[in-house]
Design a binder for this molecule. Sequence first.
Ligand code: ZN
Length: 409
Amino acid sequence: MRINEERLKERMERINSIAVTEEDGMMRLALSDADKEARDLLVSWMEEAGMSVRVDDMGTIYGVMKGRDEKALPICVGSHMDTQPNGGRYDGFFGVMAGLEAILTIKESGAEFDSDLMVADWTNEEGARFVPPMLASGTNAGQFTAQWVYDRQDTEGIRYEDELKRIGYKGDKENRLTKAKAYLEPHIEQGPVLDAKGISCGIVTGALGITGLDVTISGEANHAGTTPMSHRKDALVAAAEAISRIRKNCIDFGEPAVITNGIINAQPASKNIVPGSVYFSIDLRYHTDEGMAELEKQTKDIIHKTCAELGTTAEIEQYWRAKPAIFNETIVRCVEEAAAEKGLSAMKIISGAGHDAVFINEIIPTGMIFVPSIKGMSHCPQEDTKWEDLVSGAELTADVLLKLDKETV
Ligand SMILES: [Zn+2]
């Protein structure tokens, strides 16, 4: 399939010009005025193409192009249009626009298809305005209740539901996508692997699971001058030693294991008091359930052992766990075959980031296509992808949709 490059480019530039920061970043926070403007344009393009448009109770928009077989389950492609504050031009947005362009290309080519072809724009994927991320796809997959999501507030205390109503995108629960033959999400890689290898297509086989831990180390706050080194129970020293050891352990555990300590906070936070208490966060990721549990156990053991050596104690609480995703084999194969037929350089890859596809995978056979991110930059204005890679990603999406229409998934 050959897409209409001009149309894709013009439309992407149109939406990417709505809310631009001083550093040339995107500022389409979920359910903001900028998000509304982008949504209105998307809906107008869907309608112009003869798609029927529906909106669900979480604000997710679906454009449906009718297939030949009334009884066939739909095939859905999509991603999200919301961005991080000062975010990139293609994160999420590419998947929605590539999906729409792919469906238009198929329709205009005169190719016949049995399933309805749908494109979806999931609300609040980023979790930048309303925490946590992937609220709409998570609700779709039964991870959150609608009421809980409605009550999420941004930093100004504005509720999700109130914003949804304000911008006119509160639809019906019946419109949620709960059954489909397949869900496909094209996305930028947001990592450096494809770009570094000069490969233009990532065949995504799954996504890393995430375990989030809150660690609180308790020692003894005391005078910085009168407490000899041998008498100290310094919670920050214990935290520093533990963080260094769990990092080394993670490297020894082997790829794709990753561990991050994004927040650290020492108390009482005085320059001349030995820290008595330290909080730090852990974000730990791995591609298998058993492996993630084992790495979590090793990490906890190391923290407890380190604390005991330094006269401190640790309390560790798990605040978040998302299972690793393993994508549908048939969809993975279809992406692989379509890339080969198109003559694209391609490799199998596991996503390190969370995506709507990870939640949708729980209820619908799911797969993803990655296009390279230049230097792996993402969630920043430097985020970029070569135009030819975006084009071949959109064309590959069309090819995969047609393949899936013929397959039994
Ligand atoms: Zn994204």
